[in-house]
Design a protein around this ligand. Structure first.
Ligand code: K7E
Ligand code: CUA
Length: 699
């Protein structure tokens, strides 16, 4: 492969110009908004985090670009940038040079070929030892990986360690291969319970647990876009419930009360008026953000707790008392610069039994039919010796939070601060000042986002800006001075800019400690180019050998965009091979039970079956305008003989696994001939498997 460095330079330069233009526009936009705001405050006056009107994140972006420019020997923009003088960040040039390969690659290929070459030899060294992690054709993987699909709205199932994609589970979007959103039940779920949106933004798939271990029953996942929570049945690998959470826009974190999945928590991100019905639109002070507790069986919202500031991610303690959520925007600002003004934000520790007590004592306001408990700092429920929410101040916009497998600590990742904060969970109930529960604050690297565990006392933290995963010892971090780098054992480059990472069974009390996947947001040059939207890169590491260190095994391109995952041992999931007719509400249609009934002038009910290579009715005659309900069963008992009934120009495709029954209602509003056919290739006579639907015109 040859690259034309000049072409690449030009591209980079153009991109930089565009970016400058964009930030200029963004700043102009901010100014306009500030001008129209009631108080008219100038955000630039509020502290050292804003330099020349630019936020920390802008500065970071600029610095990355400067380093890249330096690496290319141009130093084009470096001189124009303000120096980075931020008390908490203490960014040294070294910080950026350490991440040279990744950062250099941020602005295109040309400037960093030499670094990339080193990088590649490093990787192939890793890969050479990976034979034992390969899965031969016909062999099964050791683990299920459940990855969120981000704004595709789905869940992807991959096998580990092969990283082969095994299945996709549509959650918040209609999907025709599985007939999701085509049959009556799933389309009702999307349209009615789900609120009728055509997409969702899945981030955090969490598998239900019993006694702090995966029980394989359900997977829960949030919709960050429209404030929903969904449940996937892991017997059928199918979404079986969606809850549209009130008083809340953007359910971000999704996780559960452990050890037994007593509650599922949706962590509210965007602050909105409650209810968001047009009141208080011009009064951001009145906006709120809530933690929602959802009953995993009924999927009803049991209660919500309103807090100060935004929330972000969450995780539950292992013993069931505490739930933790990170947050940003304790400033309660509405623009980026307002939100990043303060150098502290909060981890909120929710005392679940105390919240239940408040609900049972009637200490709530009912909003949109849900009891909302006041957990803001000034709430009377936070006075006295059993506050319902404890606010633990941590540096700058902590993002991920996860509880260590031993249940001792909750570790929050600093995002805009290079540290992780280790909170002693038992101490929270004891200390007068919540700050005293912070027992460690190691310096991990630039842009720490999420942390996973191997069950041997190690934490693995993604460093978004450094494009690395850092392995560190969390007990050592408790021993060490705050700000110490000593607890860091190893850093491994990833490609590039990782968001989440997940280790096998990391969310349980006993992680397997062998594999880790880094979900990298940018793949840049790692794959054949496929146009301007790149795949992301999910990188698999073996972490089972502490002496050998982290070993990169493979890259897997991913359709945008996985955020988080759960990795579950195969023995803990028991998928059905065919449907069990007892497991659904509508009646199965056996061979010989087919019927065509004209209920009245314009209502028709059809019950039919499908098998290789025919439908119960080779021909169906309807009148234009008929309201038709079609129920159809796949009467096959052999696993993997799947049929469907696709009705052209009627926008219908029901997928029918063996012994499954689906129903659809449609209006026969187009006269003509429609060849209903089977869309799953099921046998040699699959193409002949069809039924002629005749819609006779209304005279
Ligand atoms: Cu970091 Cu939704 Cu967990 Cu994306 S969040 S990465
Ligand atoms: Cu049935 Cu193809």
């Amino acid at each position: 492969m040859t690259t034309d460095p000049n072409a690449s330079d030009e591209r980079t330069a153009r991109t930089d110009e565009q970016r400058d233009e964009q930030s200029a526009n963004a700043n102009a936009g901010d100014a306009k908004t500030a001008g129209s705001a009631a108080d008219g405050t100038e955000t630039a006056d509020d502290g050292p985090e804003i330099v020349d009107g630019r936020t920390i994140e802008h500065l970071l972006t600029d610095h990355e670009r400067d380093i890249a420019a330096t690496a290319e020997g141009t130093e084009a923009t470096a001189a124009k940038r303000p120096s980075l003088d931020l008390p908490r960040l203490e960014l040294g040039r070294r910080d950026f040079m350490k991440a040279g390969a990744a950062v250099g690659a941020m602005s295109g290929l040309a400037g960093c070929t030499s670094i990339l070459a080193d990088e590649e030899s490093n990787d192939s060294g890793d890969a050479a030892a990976s034979g034992e992690h390969s899965v031969a054709p016909g062999e099964h993987d050791e683990y299920y990986g459940f990855l969120s699909g981000g704004h595709t709205g789905e869940i992807r199932v991959v096998g580990l360690p092969s990283m082969r994609e095994l299945m996709r589970i549509p959650v918040f979007q209609a999907e025709s291969a599985r007939g999701f959103g085509h049959d009556a039940k799933s389309s009702q779920m999307l349209e009615e319970e789900g609120g009728g949106y055509t997409w969702g933004d899945t981030h955090h798939p969490r598998v239900s647990q019993t006694d702090n271990d995966y029980d394989g029953r359900w997977l829960f996942v949030n919709d960050k876009a429209n404030g929903r929570m969904a449940r996937v049945d892991l017997e059928y690998f199918e979404t079986d419930a969606i809850t549209n959470v009130p008083n809340c826009q953007g359910v971000h974190g999704a996780c559960m009360q452990l050890p037994d999945t007593q509650l599922v928590f949706g962590v509210g991100e965007f602050r909105v008026p409650m209810p968001n019905d047009g009141r208080d639109v011009q009064s951001p002070d009145e906006y709120g953000s809530v933690l929602s507790a959802i009953n995993p069986e009924t999927m009803d919202v049991e209660w919500q707790v309103e807090v100060d500031g935004n929330m972000d991610n969450g995780d539950g303690g292992k013993e069931g008392r505490w739930f933790f959520a990170t947050g940003y925007n304790s400033e309660e600002g509405v623009t980026e610069s307002e939100m990043a003004r303060s150098d502290r934000d909060y981890v909120k520790a929710f005392d679940i039994p105390a919240i239940w007590d408040a609900v049972e004592a009637g200490n709530y306001e009912e909003i949109s039919g849900v009891p909302v408990v006041d957990g803001t700092m000034d709430s009377s429920l936070n006075e006295g010796d059993r506050p319902i929410v404890r606010y633990v101040a941590t540096p700058k916009s902590p993002h991920g939070i996860s509880v260590t497998p031993d249940g001792n600590y909750a570790i929050a990742s600093g995002k805009l601060d290079p540290s992780c904060t280790v909170i002693d969970i038992d101490a929270i109930a004891e200390v007068d000042d919540p700050q005293e529960s912070i027992v460690g604050q190691p310096r991990i690297g630039m842009g720490p986002l999420h942390t996973a565990y191997d069950g041997r006392g190690h934490a693995y933290t993604t460093l978004f800006i450094d494009s690395q995963v850092a392995k560190w010892d969390y007990e050592a971090a408790v021993e060490a001075e705050a700000g110490s780098e000593e607890p860091v054992i190893e850093k491994h480059d990833v490609h590039y800019n990782p968001g989440h990472l997940i280790a096998s069974e990391s969310y349980t009390a006993s992680p397997q400690g062998d594999y880790l996947v880094s979900l990298n947001k940018l793949s840049k040059d790692r794959f054949l180019p496929v146009g301007p939207i790149h795949p992301e890169n999910d990188q698999l590491f073996h972490i089972g050998d502490d002496d050998a260190g982290m070993e990169l095994i493979k890259d897997k391109p991913s359709y945008p965009e996985p955020h988080d995952a759960s990795i579950v041992h195969k023995d803990k999931i028991e998928p059905a091979k065919t449907w069990d007719t007892d497991d659904y509400e509508i009646d199965y249609v056996a061979e010989g039970e087919e019927s065509f009934e004209r209920v009245d002038d314009s209502t028709v009910e059809i019950e039919m079956w499908a098998r290789r290579n025919e439908y119960a009715f080779p021909e169906v005659t309807l009148q234009e305008g008929d309201e038709v309900t079609l129920r159809i069963s796949n009467v096959e008992t052999t696993s993997d003989v799947i049929h469907s009934i696709a009705i052209p120009e009627y926008d219908i495709n029901l997928a029918l696994a063996p012994q499954d029954t689906r129903e659809v209602t449609f209006t026969a509003d187009q006269p003509g001939v429609f060849w209903a056919y089977c869309a799953y290739f099921c046998s040699a006579l699959h193409l002949e498997m069809r039924s002629r639907i005749l819609v006779e015109p209304d005279e």
